[in-house]
Design a protein around this ligand. Structure first.
Ligand SMILES: [Zn+2]
Ligand SMILES: [Zn+2]
Length: 320
C-alpha cells in the first residue's frame, strides 16, 4: 500500500502568514552565513539540509488522503486537499491510463466542512466517464453532498456534475471488500459522529482515524478503539490539541491530543503514528515543537518503544 496525504489541517485551511515566511527566510540566511555556493545544485543541497519548518511547510489544506495499492482509486475524505489531488490527476494524464483509473472510492469520515469542501472542486467529478462511489457510516451520506451544492452554497448542483455517483452506507461490525482492500469502520466520539476506517491488504494495515475524542472510557482494558487500530502499520490520528486543551478548554469538542495518540497507539502495537488534523492556529515551527514534545512523551511513557511518530504534511508519501 501507498499513502499520499493531500490535506492535513483541521477545521479550516491554513495560509502561512508573512511573519512566518519572514522567520523562515531569516533562519535560512543565518544558516547560510559565510557560505558560498558555486551553483544551484549546491544551493539545493544546502536547502535539503535545513530543518523541515525552515525549508518546507506542514501544509495548508483540510483533510484528504489517497490510498494506493488496490485496483481502483481510494480517497479518504474530501477536504480542500482534494482539489490538489484533482490538479495532479488532470496534469499527469493518469485518469485516462485505463478503466480502473476512472473509478474513485471516496470514504467520508463525516460531513463537517473541512472534510467535504473540496468535492465541488474535484475536476474528475465533471467528467461523464468517471464513476465516484461514496462510502460512509452516516445514513445521510447522499443528502449531505446534495445539500453542500444547493444553489445557495455553490453554483453547480451535485446532479449537474456529469460523473456517475453512488452512495453506500457501511455498517460497523461488518467487513467489506472494496477496491481490493478489506475495510472495517468504527464510530468515534465527535459532534454528529465520525467514522474511522481500517484497511487491510497483503498483511498490511492502515487506519484513517480523524476527528475523534477519546474520553476516560479509553483507559478501560477492553477499549474497542485499541482493537480497531491493533497492529496497524500506519495510523493517521486526530492530534489536534495539546493535552491541556483536550483536558480543559476543548473538552467535549470532539478531538484528541498527541499524548492520547501515543498512549493508544502504543497499547495497540502500532508501528507508525501519524499526527493529523493539525490545528490551523499552529505555524510550522509550533508544529515541529509539537512533534518533538510528542516524541519526548513516548520516550518517557514507553522508553523501549520502537514506534515511529511523524506529523502529516501536504504531499507526504508513505510506503507500507
Ligand atoms: Zn475536521
Ligand atoms: Zn469534525
Amino acid at each position: 500500500m501507498k499513502i499520499k496525504v493531500w490535506g492535513v489541517r483541521g477545521s479550516l485551511p491554513y495560509g502561512i502568514p508573512s511573519t512566518v515566511i519572514n522567520r523562515k527566510v531569516k533562519e535560512a540566511l543565518k544558516a547560510a552565513s559565510g557560505r558560498k555556493f558555486a551553483n544551484d545544485a549546491e544551493i539545493d543541497e544546502f536547502i535539503e539540509g535545513l530543518p523541515f519548518p525552515v525549508k518546507s511547510t506542514y501544509g495548508s489544506n483540510t483533510p484528504c488522503v489517497q490510498l494506493s495499492g488496490g485496483n481502483e482509486y481510494v480517497i479518504l475524505d474530501a477536504g480542500s486537499g482534494m482539489r490538489d489531488l484533482a490538479t495532479y490527476l488532470s496534469g499527469s494524464g493518469e485518469l485516462f491510463a485505463n478503466d480502473a483509473c476512472k473509478k474513485f472510492n471516496v470514504f467520508i469520515s463525516h460531513f463537517h466542512w473541512d472534510h467535504t469542501m473540496g468535492f465541488p472542486f474535484f475536476i474528475p467529478a465533471y467528467m461523464p466517464d468517471i464513476e465516484i462511489h461514496f462510502y460512509g457510516g452516516h445514513h445521510t451520506l447522499r443528502k449531505a453532498f446534495v445539500e453542500q451544492q444547493e444553489p445557495i452554497h455553490f453554483p453547480v448542483r451535485l446532479e449537474e456534475m456529469p460523473s456517475k455517483k453512488s452512495f453506500t452506507v457501511l455498517r460497523e461490525k461488518n467487513e467489506y471488500e472494496i477496491a481490493g482492500f478489506k475495510v472495517k469502520i468504527l464510530k468515534q466520539i465527535h459532534p454528529g459522529g465520525c467514522f474511522g476506517y481500517r484497511f487491510e491488504k497483503d498483511g498490511k494495515v492502515f487506519v484513517y482515524s480523524t476527528d475523534a475524542e477519546h474520553s476516560l472510557e479509553s483507559h478501560k482494558k477492553d477499549y474497542e478503539y485499541v482493537e480497531f487500530i491493533r497492529d496497524a502499520d500506519v495510523v493517521i490520528f486526530d492530534a489536534m490539541y495539546s493535552h491541556i486543551e483536550a483536558m480543559d478548554s476543548k473538552l467535549h469538542w470532539g478531538h484528541s491530543s498527541n499524548l492520547t495518540g501515543v498512549e493508544l497507539a502504543e497499547r495497540a502495537g502500532v508501528k507508525h503514528l501519524v499526527l493529523f488534523h493539525s490545528d490551523y492556529k499552529y505555524d510550522d515551527f509550533e508544529l515541529e515543537k509539537f512533534l518533538a514534545d510528542t516524541k519526548k512523551y513516548l520516550s518517557i511513557h514507553s522508553p523501549n518503544s520502537k514506534m515511529k511518530i511523524t506529523t502529516a504534511y501536504d504531499g507526504m508519501e508513505l510506503e507500507v
